[in-house]
Design a protein around this ligand. Structure first.
Ligand code: P6P
Length: 333
């Protein structure tokens, strides 16, 4: 590759999320650009939420909202604020048919198929928000599905297998604000440059290490785990593994994506089906992980193959480096 006198390298190009998505779109002659507007809306919401999270302690938006969400979890004020920001950014996009959120019992129908509604957007607006007061990384997780205009019941419309996702990703509000997304052709990562207000491309086609001696699980519940998980933990303790658990799925999965290892949320007595939600936590993370060369299971089923029955359905989660997930599975058999 030739280097000009200015020391310019084509790889030095500044590529924003916006221009990256538009460039990707040109690869598909049938693309109408409507999908790009949805990613753009999520990007806009991410910038607004990042601003709120960064100034939380200054703007007195921390703490509990004094209500519980449909999950029976105490809502943080920033959960509600983030949910509203996402709704207001997505509601204006002409191709959005249905919006479903962890914070709302039922999906919201924005427009029907015959009115141009082509996509359903599902999200956890601020995952890990109970960590906000202590400055730990939190995140937005999103999943984009095609709308089926023949289905009129909103919850049934969004109950699609994860393998049908058009796109998925997350925004991590951590030491920097990261936007990680896949449209089924690899995983790309962007960092928010606050000085220009854009997410800039920093990694294209991210690949997860095939192995990694790090496991991420809340070991306080290990006595409640099915036996096979406990056998894996005993193996890990005896074979030089390290434990890393932040208690914020986006942060734990992002570390696993970059460094390798395995993230687990097994069934417990309190959550016999697992704690994490299939449609807007497990499925988008499973798509990201598998697009990066990892694998994701819920029990003995590949997460992306599960046919959802309910919007807020919970599943066990086992995802990460292929070798490590298979090692855990060998103990579960
Ligand atoms: P526990 C946060 O509440 C969350 O939904 C995920 O972000 C996280 O992985 C998990 O729950 C933590 O749950 O039971 O270990 O506190």
């Amino acid at each position: 590759m030739t280097t000009t006198t200015r020391g310019y390298e084509p790889s030095d190009n500044l590529v924003s999320l916006q221009s990256h998505i538009l460039a990707e779109e040109t690869k598909y002659p049938s693309a109408t650009g409507e999908f790009s507007w949805i990613i753009s809306a999520i990007s806009l919401a991410g910038k607004a939420i990042a601003n709120k999270v960064r100034h939380a302690r200054l703007q007195d938006v921390l703490g509990e909202a004094g209500a519980e969400n449909v999950q029976g979890e105490k809502q943080q004020r920033l959960d509600i604020i983030s949910n509203s920001i996402l709704m207001r950014c997505l509601g204006s996009r002409a191709s959005v048919a249905v919006i479903a959120s962890e914070e709302d019992e039922q999906p919201t129908i924005i427009r029907r198929g015959h009115e141009g509604g082509k996509y359903c957007v599902l999200f956890d607006p601020l995952d890990g928000s109970s960590n906000l007061d202590v400055g730990v990384g939190v995140g937005t997780i999103f999943s984009i599905l095609r709308n089926d205009p023949s289905i009129h019941e909103a919850e049934q419309t969004v109950c699609q297998r994860g393998a049908t996702q058009v796109a998925a990703g997350y925004i991590l509000y951590g030491s920097s604000t990261l936007f990680v997304v896949t449209t089924g052709h690899g995983v790309d990562m962007f960092v928010l440059d606050h000085s220009v207000g854009s997410f800039l491309l920093v990694a294209r086609g991210l690949k997860m290490p095939r192995a990694g001696k790090t496991y991420s699980v809340n070991e306080a519940y290990s006595a409640q785990f099915p036996d096979g998980y406990r056998k894996f933990l005993a193996y890990a303790h005896d074979n030089g593994y390290s434990s890393r658990y932040i208690g914020s799925m986006v942060a734990d999965v992002h570390r696993t994506l970059l460094n390798g290892g395995v993230f687990l949320y097994p069934p417990t007595k309190k959550n016999p089906e697992g704690k994490l939600r299939l449609l807007y936590e497990a499925n988008p993370m499973a798509m990201i992980v598998e697009q990066a060369g990892g694998i994701a299971y819920s029990g003995d089923v590949r997460t992306l193959e599960i046919q959802p029955a309910k919007l807020h359905q919970r599943v066990p989660v086992l995802l990460g480096s292929a070798d490590e997930v298979e090692r855990v599975r060998s103990f579960l058999k």
